[in-house]
Design a protein around this ligand. Structure first.
Ligand SMILES: NC(=O)c1ccc[n+]([C@@H]2O[C@H](COP(=O)([O-])OP(=O)(O)OC[C@H]3O[C@@H](n4cnc5c(N)ncnc54)[C@H](O)[C@@H]3O)[C@@H](O)[C@H]2O)c1
Ligand SMILES: [Zn+2]
Length: 365
């Protein structure tokens, strides 16, 4: 078992990473909290696979578990479900000595974390992420949120968990498409902050996607360490944390222009990162040799082709809408070399449009 510490003063917590370690969870939990009530939130896909094992482990350590199973999918990240969680917790008599636990992907984690941040003005929260995206991204860093009908993640908080439990064996049941989408965020860390990690991914990519246990443990631990480094510097996203948005400006625009029903988030981010590499190269901030190395790696992974019905204008409109909502000039995160990015406020639409056009009309690679 590996442990990555997230040092945030009184909000510090450990991320445990390992295989077949559910039976150790109770012991780790007891280092942080007293035995008490647990509201265990999971979704209809994950709960039948892992809920029983988890409840048994918690039971054996003296916790009393109230499970709540939500429908799978983004629609469950709603205020209506937050209210249902409050109701179940109140009915179970869960007081401030209890805790909320999320067993699932980013949807379950974000929803449960937001409910925990506000129930009785905040009670302990534990994350057991079961998607690759959850394990390397959404469970680390304390951003929790639900969606509003007017936009995604608009109602939220910064609320750190008491611990994060990354059980690697759960990825064996994760659909392949979800795994590859999560892998986009893995690649992102290499490009934005760690050239040596990017080289490791180049060398071990096949083993990683074949879920070789050692490679997977290494990759996930490094991602948690890298994200931790950013979060510790800038917990509330005043500046540096924005580098994690590499590939996300165009990625979000692609997701929005297709009504969030065509791309998985990571698939859109992968396309967004590739376009950002072209924009950086055209702008002269990224050397051609570095760009070529990135493009070669991307071509090994493959790029999701856009739907035939979507136009450059639609994606540009989504990009402009995002900018308007944020009320500031568009900030692009661009690579200067592999392992290093910077913020650019001077990327104009005319330099984005041809690259987007190329992606939408043909293919980037
Ligand atoms: N808080 C953050 O910092 C942060 C960062 C990135 C993304 N997010 C949020 O995360 C959400 C996306 O998360 P996600 O990609 O994990 O999606 P998800 O939670 O919807 O899970 C994807 C699918 O996989 C299924 N699944 C999960 N684990 C499984 C397993 N081990 N075996 C079989 N099936 C499994 C789920 O039931 C679901 O159908 C979005 O709402 C996004 O806004 C949050
Ligand atoms: Zn992302």
């Amino acid at each position: 078992m590996r442990v990555v510490q997230v040092p945030l003063e009184d909000r510090s917590y450990p991320i445990y990473i390992g295989k077949n370690m559910f039976s150790d969870l109770g012991r780790a939990l007891l280092e942080k909290v007293k035995p008490g009530q647990v509201l265990l939130v999971s979704d209809e896909n994950v709960f039948p696979l892992y809920g029983g094992r988890l409840i048994e482990a918690l039971d054996n350590s003296g916790f009393t578990v109230t499970p709540v199973v939500i429908p799978a999918g983004e629609e469950s990240k709603s205020l209506a479900w937050v209210e249902t969680l409050y109701t179940r917790a109140l009915e179970a008599g869960l007081d401030r000595s209890g805790l909320f636990m999320a067993l699932g992907g980013g949807v379950v984690g974000d929803l449960t974390g937001f409910a925990a941040a506000t129930y009785l003005r905040g009670i302990p929260f534990v994350q057991i992420p079961t998607t690759l995206l959850g394990q390397v991204d959404s469970s680390v860093g304390g951003k929790v949120a639900v969606n509003h009908t007017l936009g995604k993640n608009l109602i939220g908080a910064f609320y750190q968990p008491k611990l994060v439990w990354v059980e690697l064996s759960v990825l064996e049941t994760l659909p392949e498409r979800e795994f590859l989408a999560g892998a986009a965020e893995v690649i992102k860390y290499g490009i934005i902050m760690d050239e040596a990690f990017f080289s490791y991914l180049e060398e071990n990519w096949q083993a990683f996607i074949a879920k070789d246990p050692e490679v997977m443990a290494e990759v996930i631990a490094v991602c948690c360490e890298l994200k931790t480094r950013v979060v510790v510097e800038d917990e509330r996203e005043a500046g540096l944390r924005g580098i994690l948005n590499f590939g996300h400006t165009l990625g979000h625009a692609l997701e929005a222009a297709t009504s969030y029903s065509f791309y998985l988030h990571g698939e859109a981010v992968l396309a967004g990162m590739q376009m950002a590499v072209y924009i950086a190269e055209n702008k002269g901030v990224l050397a051609s040799a570095e760009a070529a190395r990135l493009k070669a790696f991307f071509s090994r992974i493959g790029l999701k082709q856009p739907p035939a019905t979507i136009s450059t204008e639609q994606v540009m409109a989504a990009l402009r809408f995002d900018k308007k909502r944020e009320g500031e000039t568009m900030v692009f995160v661009l690579p200067q070399q592999i392992g290093q990015v910077a913020f650019y406020r001077d990327v104009d639409y005319s330099s984005i449009e041809p690259v987007l056009n190329k992606y939408l009309k043909t293919s980037l690679d």
